[in-house]
Design a protein around this ligand. Structure first.
Ligand code: PMT
Length: 320
């Protein structure tokens, strides 16, 4: 596709999207987060935007039905913790209701399973969950209060891409200190808002014929226009291992990504392959350590690659 057609498709996607609620508030929050240097967040920190969870595609404006993309949000939540540990400020663009940083040790229904009534008017944390609850609250509070974590939720593909564009523009001034880590599972097809049924589609009318438009890939505009000096990592998920690396390599070249993390649905928690211009690197979870996660060595590797990227920019005098 030539660049004029892509721009036209992107323009028509955003034109047809329902306006993002609170966009001025989001921009304000982002600017304060990016430019606020608390003693703990330090001056001139690197900032990473981690995207996480799947986007939905509404089929009706007053939405009853929607198409969803699979992602539990575990990759994004765990990676957020490792980036913060590595000294980054993290903007987590996440799907409402998916896994959250510092909550992996909590049970599925934390409110009902972690708390019990002490008497008629007081409740307390159950002894069996007290360490997990304390850890989650303390780590989360430290990250937010220290100016290291900003969480922004989305549900639909319209919200996700509008928010990604705002985040990228806000991060533009960080130049090479900015990183995008695009782990969200993003819809490839959508129904334009203006041609979408307003009310619940009636099943009495018989089988449903629906034409979905292709969601324009925003990766190339992110790289070339929204935040051109940022270090960009995208993800490639496949269920067929035979085509995975080939598709990841195509994405690397087509969208000019700095790395593409290739993963297979069934083994994604055990191993990933980081595909780069200079070859592929296999990254595995350390099975000898109980509770270890593949995101630990993955983030470590990407942080090193980001450092090299920044140092190269400094050497070429590209940094302010
Ligand atoms: O959340 P978990 O359960 O832990 O699982 C993690 C994961 C498997 C979801 C994650 O590791 C992953 O692979 N995420 C990307 C999955 C995906 O949807 O890949 P894709 O081939 O559709 O997209 C590739 C890239 O293009 C993505 O980085 C996406 O941000 C981007 N994209 C996709 C579609 C689109 N219209 N525009 C885009 O920019």
């Amino acid at each position: 596709m030539d660049s004029a057609t892509l721009h036209e498709e992107i323009h028509s996607f955003f034109e047809s999207a329902p306006p993002l609620k609170d966009s001025a508030k989001i921009t304000d929050k982002l600017n304060r987060f990016i430019h606020f240097d608390s003693p703990s967040s330090g001056k001139g920190r690197r900032v990473v935007c981690v995207t996480s969870g799947g986007t939905t595609v509404p089929l009706e404006q007053r939405c009853v039905r929607y198409i969803d993309n699979f992602s539990s949000g575990h990759r994004g939540a765990a990676s957020t913790e490792y980036f913060i540990k590595a000294g980054y400020k993290v903007i987590l663009l996440y799907r409402r209701g998916t896994c959250q940083p510092y909550c992996s040790s909590l049970p599925e229904d934390p409110l009902l399973e972690c708390f019990e009534l002490a008497d008629d008017s007081n409740f307390q944390v159950r002894q069996s969950h007290s360490e997990a609850v304390k850890g989650a609250i303390m780590n989360h509070h430290a990250a937010v209060a220290g100016g290291l974590l900003l969480k922004l939720p989305f549900t639909t593909i319209f919200e996700y891409l509008q928010m990604l564009r705002i985040i990228a523009s806000s991060m533009k001034s960080l130049e090479c200190r900015a990183m995008f880590y695009l782990a969200a599972a993003v819809s490839d097809f959508y129904v334009p808002w203006k041609s979408m049924a307003e009310h619940k589609i009636q099943s009495a009318s018989g089988p449903l014929d629906m034409r979905l438009m292709q969601v324009p890939k925003m990766l190339s505009v992110l790289r070339t226009e929204w935040s051109p000096s940022a270090f960009c990592i995208s993800f490639k998920l496949e269920t067929d291992s035979k085509i995975l690396l080939e598709k990841a390599n195509m994405a690397l070249k087509k969208y000019k990504m700095h790395s593409v993390v290739a993963n297979e649905l069934l083994t994604r928690k055990e191993e990933v392959t980081v595909v780069t211009e200079n070859g592929n690197i296999s990254v595995r979870r350390d099975k000898t350590r109980p509770g270890s996660e593949v995101e630990d060595p993955l983030v470590e590797l990407l942080v090193k690659k980001h450092s090299t990227y920044i140092n190269d920019a400094i050497a070429q005098d590209l940094v302010f």
